[in-house]
Design a binder for this molecule. Structure first.
Ligand SMILES: Nc1ncnc2c1ncn2[C@@H]1O[C@H](COP(=O)(O)OP(=O)(O)OP(=O)(O)O)[C@@H](O)[C@H]1O
Length: 590
């Protein structure tokens, strides 16, 4: 029996570790499939790929035909025959190697470019739009889908090669016996039609599986993030467990059904082959005269179809999955395109300030969050004020009064819905907003500490050590190779580390969103009574959200917000004091 040199693979099973494919997003344009993408990206190499594929296919087929022939006439095998055999094998090796390696290179290059493009789009995206998009979707789509495509490319390429071999084998059979070719054609077409119909059902399962996986991961994430809270309530733990088990059972059933379908399709393809062989041996000789030798060759030829058939059958699910993954990436890119900040070409960007912001003026500034699910949205403004260079401004107000929202508008992260924000007489516009933000160093309440000192050029190690000491962080973390040696600090310490970075940035405007909230009394005092005055003495403008009414005197002016409106602007020493929140702190030793 001839043995195929082709890859024989069982259909890939769907496992829990695979990416949850999502089929819910509507894609308006017909997305490119993986084969079209490889064809397009291959450029001039596509002909070489075709050639390599043909060489591999022809080599593979002829090696088997050759072995078949040699087995029937062993006496005719001489040195020349052996040389021909070696040449055919070499053609297969070179062709297959080029085909597999080149398609992998092309796909990996495509994925690398897609990642770069997505990061570029994230960097260019409008902050508010990116906030709405959320991080988990971006993370999921950029990493998991790329993994699915990477993993599938070998199988998909194999399908293409197998189809070619299949074609050659059919021609070989037609050459031996035309009636056998017609019979095979009819049975193969019937088998393919059945396989195709079942494949449609399989695609539906894959999509359902994708949604179920997302639900499973969501509830699992809830359990892991809320692990602390679960420790305090057995009932909560039980309910979460029930939810996890319910989604897991759904996942189990769908995975089982999908895998059964894969297996059934595999068995179906095998049976199709058996039917072909049966028809060849039991039916054909009764109707058509055929030499026993020809029949033996035909049987060998049909058996040779086994490899290509299996390759194609097991590659098809990979093809479907990678197309789905491509669709996911495409959807993300479209969402990011929609989230892009107002289009400003690199050349049109301007910096009218050159690092000197002047007075910040808000004239009738309003901002409203985008409406989602028809819910009421929060809006601030209209607000009017001027903040002079070197001023210390505190923004105070109750929870949810809009302090952080105002900070995001003031720092140019949110574009006002109405009114004008200007700095040094220049309105902040899309063309100059990046330059405006470069003058601000902000620590928001949900700040992030980067693993490296990104954005800080030529950091002076001594300066960092001094600042770490000033923030009482020496011994807790250090600075080595452009990185802080430890970031797993307490909340208050992490904020002090963020302050170190902010001071190193040395920008004219400092923005702090409740920075002092997690500091102990001594450090809070240090922040208000030493650090802020020191910044002011260096000409810095400070805008800080604060709840520390006992330190309002440290501000030049206090802006009080209520329900999104600027209720009052008072000099620091006359600012309204709210009930003290520091009764506990006063009893503690400082
Ligand atoms: N990204 C967002 N999308 C929609 N609404 C938001 C968003 N962020 C905040 N809000 C809403 O804006 C309102 C004001 O929130 P904001 O964070 O500005 O208040 P705050 O005064 O800083 O409150 P706190 O003192 O509790 O930090 C809240 O009602 C909140 O629900």
């Amino acid at each position: 029996m001839p043995k195929s040199l082709t890859h024989r693979r069982r259909p890939p099973r769907v496992s829990l570790s695979e990416h949850p494919l999502r089929g819910s997003d509507k894609v308006t344009k017909t997305p490119m499939n993986i084969v079209e993408l490889i064809y397009k990206e291959a450029g001039p190499d596509r002909w070489r790929l075709l050639l390599a594929s043909t060489a591999a296919g022809v080599g593979n087929t002829l090696v088997l035909v050759f072995i078949n022939a040699a087995a029937q006439e062993p006496d005719a095998v001489d040195g020349r025959a052996f040389f021909l055999f070696a040449v055919l094998m070499l053609a297969y090796i070179l062709g297959a190697r080029y085909l597999f390696h080149r398609t992998i290179d092309i796909v990996e290059e495509i994925l690398h470019r897609i990642k770069g493009r997505i990061v570029e789009k994230i960097l260019r995206a409008d902050f508010a739009a990116l906030e709405r998009l959320g991080t988990s979707e971006i993370y999921d789509r950029i990493t998991e889908n790329a993994t699915v495509i990477s993993g599938a490319v070998g199988l998909v390429t194999n399908v293409l090669q197998q189809l070619l071999i299949f074609l050659f084998a059919i021609v070989y059979i037609a050459w031996m016996s035309l009636p056998a070719f017609v019979l095979l054609g009819i049975l193969t077409a019937a088998g393919l039609a059945l396989y195709w119909t079942r494949s449609e059902v399989m695609v539906g399962f894959l999509q359902h599986l994708a949604k179920t996986r997302v639900a499973f991961f969501d509830v699992l994430t809830d359990l892991l993030r809320g692990f602390k809270e679960v420790r305090f309530s057995r009932r909560r733990g039980q309910q979460i467990r029930d939810d996890v088990m319910r989604t897991s059972a759904d996942l189990r059933d769908t995975t089982r059904k999908a895998n059964h379908l894969f297996d059934d399709n595999f068995i179906l393809a095998s049976c199709n082959l058996f039917v072909l062989l049966g028809a060849l041996v039991f039916v054909l000789p009764r109707h058509v005269h055929m030499e026993p030798a020809t029949l033996t060759k035909l049987v060998s030829g049909v058996m040779f179809l086994w490899g290509p058939l299996q390759g194609a059958v097991s590659g098809y699910p990979a093809y479907v999955r990678s197309n789905q993954a491509l669709r996911e990436i495409e959807t993300l890119e479209r969402k990011l395109d929609a989230a892009a900040a107002a289009k400003v070409s690199e050349g049109a960007l301007s910096d009218p300030w050159k690092g000197k912001p002047g007075a910040i003026v808000a004239q009738g500034v309003e901002y409203e969050y985008a409406r989602t699910n028809g819910d009421e949205t929060f809006r601030i403004g209209p607000v009017h004020f001027t903040i002079d260079p070197g001023e210390i401004i505190f923004i105070v107000g109750g929870n949810g009064s809009g302090k952080s929202t105002l900070l995001k508008v003031l720092t140019g992260l949110y574009t006002p819905t109405l009114g004008t924000l200007s700095s040094g007489g220049e309105a902040v516009r899309p063309q100059n907003a990046p330059a405006y933000r470069e003058m601000i160093s902000a620590i928001f309440s949900d700040f992030h500490l980067f693993s490296r000192a990104y954005g800080l050029l030529d950091v002076d190690g001594d300066a960092v050590t001094r600042l770490l000491a000033q923030m009482q962080l020496e011994g807790k973390t250090g600075f080595k190779d452009d990185r802080f040696t430890r970031r797993d600090l307490s909340t208050g310490q992490r904020k002090r580390l963020a302050m170190v970075v902010s001071l190193l940035e040395d920008r004219p405007i400092h923005v702090f969103d409740e920075w002092a909230a997690d500091q102990d009394p001594a450090f809070r005092k240090y922040f208000y009574e030493e650090l802020l005055p020191a910044l002011k003495a260096r000409g810095k403008t400070v805008i800080a959200v604060s709840h520390d009414d006992r330190y309002f005197h440290c501000a030049d002016r206090v802006f009080t917000m209520e329900y999104g409106k600027l209720l009052s602007i008072e000099p620091g020493h006359r600012a309204p004091a709210r009930p003290s929140t520091e009764s506990t702190e006063q009893s503690l030793p400082s």
